[in-house]
Ligand binder design. Structure first.
Ligand code: FES
Ligand code: FES
Length: 195
């Protein structure tokens, strides 16, 4: 085997290796893209018209986005709190058409034509809602993080008529957790407004 044959063979081997190396990443990349498009569907948006705190809004929401994220991230209505983001704590409670809902579990795309009330929309101008006033008078909060959700639930609890006893109030407020343990004041505030 002469030197020329050897160098040609060497050239073919090396260039073949380079071709193989170049092909692997593109195959892996294509595979990754296929898996990604399967697991993460492309973003879709939906125009939605709704009323929030008596103001009409026209929003274009990602079909996967929640009311909580719309309120906090898009509209800067940060009174509604994000606690667990999994429907476990009640911090994100708002009213939709007068009913309490967990905004972290409510898709914005489900709300065309609906009326949303958040803690920012509860007071009448400078005049606090009676439940807000009662929370102050009855020491219904400490750090205040759970308070907007507690108040929205408390208003709904009274409207639903679930205030016949302390046990009933506790039962119908059980979806709202308070890490500061302000429960006695919260129950007292609800009893005060229910009278
Ligand atoms: S943030 Fe919605 S229930 Fe906890
Ligand atoms: S007042 Fe602090 S979590 Fe309820």
């Amino acid at each position: 085997m002469n030197e020329q044959t050897l160098s040609r063979r060497f050239f073919l081997k090396v260039s073949g290796a380079f071709v193989a190396l170049a092909a692997v990443p593109s195959t892996v990349h294509a595979f990754y893209q296929d898996v990604k498009s399967f697991l993460v569907p492309p973003k879709e948006t939906l125009p939605t018209t709704l009323t929030i705190n008596k103001q009409p809004y026209k929003v274009t929401a990602d079909t996967r986005s929640t009311l909580l994220d719309l309120l906090r991230e898009e509209l800067q209505l940060t009174g509604t709190k994000k606690g667990c983001d999994h429907g476990q704590c009640g911090a994100c409670t708002v009213h939709v058409d007068g009913q309490r809902v967990l905004s972290c579990l409510t898709l914005t795309a489900m709300l065309p034509g609906k009326t949303v009330t958040t803690i920012e929309g509860l007071a009448d101008g400078e005049k606090l809602h009676p439940m807000q006033q009662a929370f102050i008078e009855c020491d219904g909060f400490q750090c205040g993080y759970c308070t907007p959700g507690q108040i929205m639930s408390a208003v709904a609890c009274v409207n639903e008529g679930h205030t016949k006893s302390v046990a009933e109030i506790k039962e119908f407020m059980s979806g709202n957790l308070c890490r500061c343990g302000a429960y006695n004041g919260i129950v007292e505030a609800i009893q005060k407004v229910a009278k």
